[in-house]
Design a protein around this ligand. Sequence first.
Ligand SMILES: *[C@@H]1O[C@H](CO)[C@@H](O)[C@H](O)[C@H]1NC(C)=O
Ligand SMILES: *[C@@H]1O[C@H](CO)[C@@H](O)[C@H](O)[C@H]1NC(C)=O
Ligand SMILES: CC(=O)N[C@H]1CO[C@H](CO)[C@@H](O)[C@@H]1O
Length: 361
Amino acid sequence: MGYQSLIYTLSITLSVTFITYNLLISSNAPLRTEFPTHHLHMDPIIQKPTDHRRRSSKEDSKERRLFHTAVTAMDSVYSTWQTRVMYYWFKRFKDLPGSDMGGFTRILHSGKPDRHMEEIPTFVAKPLPAGMDRGFIVLNRPYAFVQWLEKADIPEDYIFMAEPDHIIVKPIPNLSKDGLAAAFPFFYIDPKRFETILRKFFPVERGPISDIDPIGNSPVIIEKAKLKKIAPTWMNVSLEMKKDPEADKAFGWVLEMYGYAIASALHNIGNILFKDFMIQPPWDLEVGKKFIIHYTYGCDYDMKGRGTPGKIGEWRFDKRSYTVKPPPRNLTLPPPGVPESVVTLVKMVNEATANIPDWEA
Ligand SMILES: *[C@@H]1O[C@H](CO)[C@@H](O)[C@H](O)[C@H]1NC(C)=O
Ligand SMILES: *[C@@H]1O[C@H](CO)[C@@H](O)[C@H](O)[C@H]1NC(C)=O
Ligand SMILES: CC(=O)N[C@H]1CO[C@H](CO)[C@@H](O)[C@@H]1O
């Protein structure tokens, strides 16, 4: 096939593909609500809608779509020990089969280098000008991403936005595909419930409220070019929402997550709502085929292994116990009967802390 006709065929198949995606997105919502994990290691050529591409499987296997892992972090003890554990497990899985994990950056939004610059690849971002965050520190996240995407030289075409309290539990492939980002759907992000308020930031002419996905910026794997579009809007929308008393009150600590979801919808970015992205102990009991343990909730149990949510347990692991000092090495494992997800979490924290030099320094 001549070069000209190859280009021609490619552009035809691409436009067919795009049309198909648009149809899938607008008319068949369930298709994008769950990413079929059993397809993860299959050749895309036999999957819909990529089967329109007609590329040879040889071409596909040569082209690895690496993503860059980016973690926004503070310079506090609390944020730092979590990020060190996060980076430890990133390195452990990065080069294993099934991984499309490329580089790693801690985006440190304290405005100044700290003493872990050598240990963890770090980009220092400026915090928002004084007062602009209105005391809501996570508003620095979108601003940090804006600066990093503008200034850093990022070789990968995809970005994985992660957080310090994420532990990677297996090699992560490029879950984003076919022009869609891959994002974890949070049960507590419920755009329909807040339609009236959200309309201030996502006007009717932009589309139905259901275009706003129940996601935050993390965990998300997305094309870098798309994130470059979203990030400034994400920052603006979040700041606008914070300024709006009604929105501020309604969204509280998840305001900047809604900000991301709105920004993503404003730029018409579709998301694969991928429930198997992560688990959140103690509510999720088994790691199974999930890729990340998110330890945002405290895990409290009595010595019989019975959960005591909301009450300090005889055995507990709660990241908030370690705000002034990192967790000590070799934490006591939970008593028998505690879910596998919690046991795995503590074992993985222990393995990381045992192997990270100068852990408690
Ligand atoms: C964000 O807001 C600033 C100030 O209002 C404006 O100059 C800029 O164009 C906005 N950017 C986006 C992407 O909305
Ligand atoms: C960890 O602590 C347990 C007791 O909880 C002890 O038996 C074990 O030897 C310790 N391991 C290390 C590596 O210090
Ligand atoms: C999950 C997923 O889509 N993985 C794909 C990542 O990219 C490579 C190369 O294109 C594919 O072989 C994988 O299937």
